[in-house]
Write a protein that binds this ligand. Structure first.
Ligand SMILES: Nc1ncnc2c1ncn2[C@@H]1O[C@H](COP(=O)(O)OP(=O)(O)OP(=O)(O)O)[C@@H](O)[C@H]1O
Ligand SMILES: N[C@@H](CCO)C(=O)O
Length: 322
């Protein structure tokens, strides 16, 4: 259950008085998710999601909220943050920052087909292009500096073999980030966590329609290719082995490239960015597993899944983008 901060009907009435979103009809806690407290909020004007931020601070949040606003203004299907009477889009409840966004239609697809992969790929490319004109800058807070800080904390919990792999990968990534190919990679606002549970689909399984992208709270400035690598490492794999499913991978990458073709530098960087994306989630899952935060009450995700994926990606040295 991911309701860390309870919200009473009175709280909701008081909160809604700060907006022009009509009167409260219902408020229901959402059980999915491990980062924030989420509620489906229905008012006389429509359906929304209320998110209370348990970890992110009011200083970090404008990047995410304004990025969603910017993308929505550019017709990318993402939740639209609602504007308060005061003109701001961020407010607070029980001393914690919170936001109300539009509720998107559809549901997430646990077993995506190549058609779902293609929709996700094309929409991510559109989001990257639309994000170019976004002016607030904030790094991916789960990027290389965070990996460097976090890996030493994890070493006491790892086997010799795991320690060797994690340290070797970190050294490879550090070297790559200092090199000339890295500097040539196109970058900008990136979602950085576009797993299948963060994309909603409408329509039928056979003929899916994009509902939209949610959960922008790991977004940041990063290379666009890192965002693609994070995504395909989740969308286009055999779930038990981490091996790529060629049909899904092709569908995803072709659809992305049809909107935003890959560059030559990206071709060179592809194998190492697939490793970077696997490392990112191996590290965060290990961290959540061995060093859980006090507020984190849910079962952590399995870190071994991303250890397997990382080992698989090291086997793939000659892999081409479309
Ligand atoms: N704008 C939205 N429209 C529709 N459903 C939403 C929206 N935002 C969140 N949800 C629903 O709430 C669930 C949890 O939201 P979200 O993934 O943002 O939470 P989280 O705590 O940040 O999770 P995570 O563990 O993925 O970081 C989603 O799986 C989705 O079902
Ligand atoms: N997508 C992350 C969870 C945080 O959103 C993971 O699967 O480890």
């Amino acid at each position: 259950m991911a309701v860390f901060t309870p919200v009473s009907e009175n709280d909701a009435h008081e909160l809604l008085a700060r907006y022009t979103l009509g009167e409260l009809v219902s408020l229901r806690g959402i059980t999915a998710g491990i980062e924030n407290t989420n509620f489906f909020l229905t008012t006389t004007h429509g359906e929304y999601v209320l998110t209370i931020f348990e970890v992110l601070t009011a200083q970090q949040l404008p990047f995410y909220i304004e990025l969603m606003h910017h993308l929505a203004q550019h017709h990318i299907p993402v939740p639209q943050p609602q504007t308060l009477r005061s003109g701001e889009r961020l407010t607070a409840l029980h001393g914690k920052p919170c936001v109300i966004v539009t509720r998107l239609g559809g549901g997430y697809e646990p077993a995506p087909s190549p058609a779902h992969c293609a929709l996700a790929g094309a929409t991510l490319a559109q989001a990257h292009l639309a994000g170019q004109s976004f002016e607030i800058k904030q790094a991916n807070l789960r990027g290389l500096p965070w990996w460097k800080r976090t890996v030493p904390l994890l070493l006491p919990f790892l086997s010799a073999e795991q320690s060797e792999l994690i340290q070797r990968t970190l050294a490879d990534q550090t070297r790559f980030a200092a090199g000339s190919i890295y500097r040539q990679l196109p970058f900008g606002p990136a979602h950085c966590d576009l797993f299948r549970d963060n994309v909603l689909f409408d329509g039928t399984f056979e003929m899916p329609r994009m509902g939209g992208f949610i959960d922008f709270y790991f977004a940041g400035q990063d290379t666009w290719l890192f965002d693609v690598a994070v995504s395909v490492n989740d969308w286009c794999i055999e779930q038990t082995t981490g091996v790529f499913d060629a049909e899904k991978l092709n569908a995803w990458l072709q659809a992305y490239a049809s909107v935003r073709p890959f560059t030559e530098a990206e071709q060179h960087a592809w194998p190492i960015l697939l490793q970077a994306a696997a490392l990112r989630f191996w590290v965060s899952r290990l961290y959540d597993y061995f060093l859980p935060r006090p507020a984190q009450t849910l079962k952590p995700h399995d870190p071994r899944h991303f250890e397997r994926i990382l080992r698989e990606r090291y086997k793939m040295v000659a892999i081409a983008l479309p």
